[in-house]
Design a protein around this ligand. Structure first.
Ligand code: HEC
Ligand code: HEC
Length: 336
């Protein structure tokens, strides 16, 4: 119960908008995180507390900019409003990026605003912030990104950049709580233990068949697999990424309550279930796995045989709810 209180305080907007000095605020922030079982920052790490929507009211920014930032927040937390247009999953961006993209250890989104443009191994060229956002639309949301430079894209980038307020560009220190840091991989992962762990700890919200729960077309509990979930090209299909996400964030409100072994076994189980095809699919699952193995699929179960029933994972043409495989925004760039 106490953990839950801290968790709500941290993801919400109440606790940190009071009149504390910057140092006191940071100290309190770190205390709250360590109370929840997260590691304290290392000596040389950059700690940033992103502003809240409450702070936005007080901020000295042009009212029109505030309006656009609010629109970006609205798109980020209720991405389902773009269902059928840009989103073909049952997800909101904030279903994975907890606390509306502010939460450390839940892939906070502001680091992208201060570290991009940069080279990205996943697609082998220099990416802008817009292209990074487009990546999550394409894979995590199984969708089609809004056009570059469109109102929606500008609103989303404004929200990302504003969360980074005060952080230097291209910081030379590593960022505390970036990504979904995974606990150390145990020697052996077990599908059957993962299944049991999932049914005991997760199914109450996400359902035994992974379908989650939708209430009046709104996502109450997002689906961790199946047609409404992230596709085979999403970062979350890497077992290590899912293990990090689960350990740090799930069950909801009880972060860091599972053992490392449980988190990895459950991640292995969840990521051994079917989901929409990888948009980079060449028409052959083994060929696709080989092509994107070194940069990506070596960490996923894609193209591998599931021990429970001998099924080859990802060997299908199912693109979920959308009627195309790959949005045309996914292309390489050479700058020649
Ligand atoms: C299914 C889970 C999931 C959903 C839904 C999702 N993302 Fe992500 N996102 C990830 C993962 C995984 C990463 C990579 C984290 C890492 O580097 O380990 C990521 C990374 C990012 C980053 C880069 C963060 C950094 O540290 O540089 C941004 C920006 C981002 N996502 C934006 C979005 C936006 C915008 C949406 C909605 C359109 C979205 N994401 C939806 C899983 C998700
Ligand atoms: C009390 C309900 C609840 C429980 C229990 C729970 N989750 Fe979640 N889960 C959620 C909610 C709600 C979200 C979206 C988070 C948000 O929007 O802030 C989520 C998000 C997720 C996501 C990212 C989105 C997606 O669907 O892919 C995954 C993966 C996930 N949970 C896995 C798990 C696993 C594994 C467990 C068990 C260890 C678990 N959850 C337990 C409610 C729950």
């Amino acid at each position: 119960m106490i953990r839950r209180f801290f968790f709500i305080a941290l993801t919400g907007t109440v606790l940190f908008s009071s009149a504390l000095s910057a140092d006191e605020k940071t100290e309190k922030y770190i205390d709250t995180l360590t109370e929840l079982g997260y590691p304290a920052p290392k000596e040389n790490q950059l700690v940033h507390i992103p502003p809240t929507m409450e702070d936005l009211k007080e901020a000295e920014l042009h009212p029109e900019l505030k309006r656009v930032i609010r629109r970006g927040y609205d798109l980020f937390t209720n991405t389902q409003q773009l269902r059928g247009e840009n989103v073909f999953s049952e997800m909101n961006c904030s279903n994975c990026h907890a606390g509306a993209g502010r939460m450390p250890f839940s892939a906070p989104i502001w680091p992208a605003a201060v570290t991009l443009p940069d080279f990205r191994g996943k697609n082998g060229h220099v990416n802008s912030l817009e292209e990074r956002i487009a990546g999550c639309f394409t894979y995590s949301m199984n969708g089609k990104p809004p056009d570059y430079g469109s109102d929606k894209m500008v609103a989303l980038t404004a929200y990302h950049s504003w969360l980074a307020t005060g952080v230097e560009m291209y910081p030379d220190k590593p960022i505390y709580g970036r990504g979904f840091p995974a606990p150390e991989r145990p020697e052996e992962l077990s599908y059957s233990r993962g299944k049991q762990g999932y049914n005991e700890n997760c199914a109450v919200c996400h359902a035994e068949d992974g379908a989650g729960l939708q209430v009046r077309n709104q996502t109450a509990f997002p689906p961790p697999w199946g047609d409404g979930s992230y596709n085979w090209g999403a970062g979350m299909v890497r077992v290590s990424t899912a293990a990090g996400f689960i350990k740090n964030n799930m069950p909801l409100g009880q972060p860091n309550s599972l053992s490392d072994q449980e988190a990895w076994d459950i991640a292995y189980y969840v990521n051994s279930q079917e989901r929409p095809q990888d948009p980079r699919y060449t028409g052959d699952v083994e060929e696709t796995r080989e092509k994107y193995g070194p940069t990506f699929h070596k960490h996923s179960r894609y193209g591998q045989i599931r021990e429970a029933d001998g099924k080859r994972l990802g060997d299908h043409e199912n693109t979920g709810e959308k009627d195309f495989l790959k949005p045309d925004t996914v292309r390489s760039r050479t700058f020649e």
